[in-house]
Design a protein. Structure first.
Length: 368
């Protein structure tokens, strides 16, 4: 699709539809926002029927740069993501619409941009050019060089080998790639670790989510979680042991730059609020206030758990610097691991050292 067409779709369709809170991508993408260009108000959401929305304002201060970056992002995303991510458009083939191919490309462009801004914070809406630069960088900057799974080595403190791989995500996920890992214990048992949605931006890493896996049997995994606990040594509460271990792995892999935690994406919040409204409207058995309260509870839990991960790890380690409390400044929490890092958690030290050995080998390979 030509650059002019992408920009026409954004300014003349997405921006207008966002005033009503719903972007028509054949599927509906709930995404309200205001637009200001060079300090001039272009569009504003008014009199929306939904309660509890946090409507961001997209502030474009350099339109030429923003336009160039938006076009670059859409073109990269179009060829990065699988056709499966756009399979919902297959129904169009049997529709009576004319110019199906043109319509399909329009829907794909809108869907790409909708999912892009679903991962934006208020700070990203304030500075969209930096946001776009970071998101573009995530396509090109993988954390691991290997295409297949990598065995980092043996963790003696828990009696298991650590395997990790970087896998392409779906377009609706928070980052283009995700980290998947598992432990192979000395008795042969395999314990899957939570998946981590983290991306490498222009000059820092962005950690969006640590999500559990249903591949483990809860009864079978208990003795192995206790085995992990032995390697933790320091007392960590607030999440299962394999979550903390996945978090430690991520910190170790991303220790060369600052890591920014992103616990709150405003348009994901708004999308759920609008979905709650629509569900309650068609189902009289559902109470909107109950749905909204449950959403608030889940979001608070997500934020609290993220903060707990960082603060617990900081409590048992030296050489970790935390910056910014969520929602006081830029909604995110930053962490930097220094060269003098050392933890009172045995398995964290083992992981950190194994990852550093891997990084040294990777750097050596680049120099050859």
């Amino acid at each position: 699709m030509r650059d002019k067409q992408i920009l026409d779709i954004f300014y003349n369709k997405i921006v207008l539809e966002a005033q009503k809170g719903i972007i028509d991508c054949y599927l509906a993408v709930n995404m309200p926002f205001n637009l200001v260009v060079h300090n001039q108000e272009i569009s504003k959401c008014e009199e929306l029927p939904y309660e509890g929305l946090l409507i961001p304002t997209l502030k474009i201060t350099n339109k030429q740069l923003f336009d160039d970056l938006l076009v670059e992002y859409v073109n990269k995303a179009r060829y990065f993501y699988s056709d499966e991510d756009f399979s919902f458009l297959n129904d169009l083939e049997a529709s009576p619409f004319e110019n199906i191919d043109i319509l399909k490309e329009e829907y794909i462009t809108k869907y790409i941009i909708g999912n892009l801004f679903a991962n934006a914070t208020f700070s990203d809406f304030d500075n969209p050019t930096a946001f776009l630069q970071s998101r573009i960088s995530m396509f090109d900057n993988k954390i691991l060089k290997e295409e297949e799974e990598l065995c980092l080595g043996h963790l003696d403190s828990i009696g298991a080998k650590m395997y990790v791989m970087e896998e392409k995500s779906s377009i609706w996920n928070e980052t283009p790639y995700r980290l998947k890992s598992y432990l192979e214990f000395d008795d042969g048992h395999i314990l899957s670790m939570p998946q981590v949605y983290v991306g490498k931006g222009k000059d820092k890493y962005y950690l969006y989510a640590i999500q559990g896996t249903d591949q483990n049997n809860e009864l079978d995994e208990k003795p192995y979680l206790r085995q992990i606990r032995q390697g933790l040594i320091a007392k960590l509460k607030g999440a299962p042991e394999n979550y903390f271990l996945a978090f430690m792995l991520t910190l170790s892999l991303c220790s060369d730059e600052e890591i920014e935690m992103v616990p709150f994406c405003v348009e994901r919040w708004n999308a759920k609020k609008i979905a709650n409204y629509n569900r309650a409207k068609v189902n009289p058995n559902l109470i909107l206030l109950d749905l909204d309260n449950e959403q608030d509870r889940i979001q608070n839990n997500i934020t609290d758990i993220f903060i707990r991960y960082f603060t617990k790890i900081e409590d048992i380690s030296d050489g970790i610097d935390l910056s910014v409390i969520p929602f006081e400044s830029n909604s995110n929490l930053g962490v930097k691991i220094n060269s003098d890092f050392k933890s009172r958690c045995t398995v964290f030290n083992e992981l950190f050292n194994l990852v550093n050995e891997y990084k040294d080998q990777k750097d050596l390979g680049r120099k050859r």
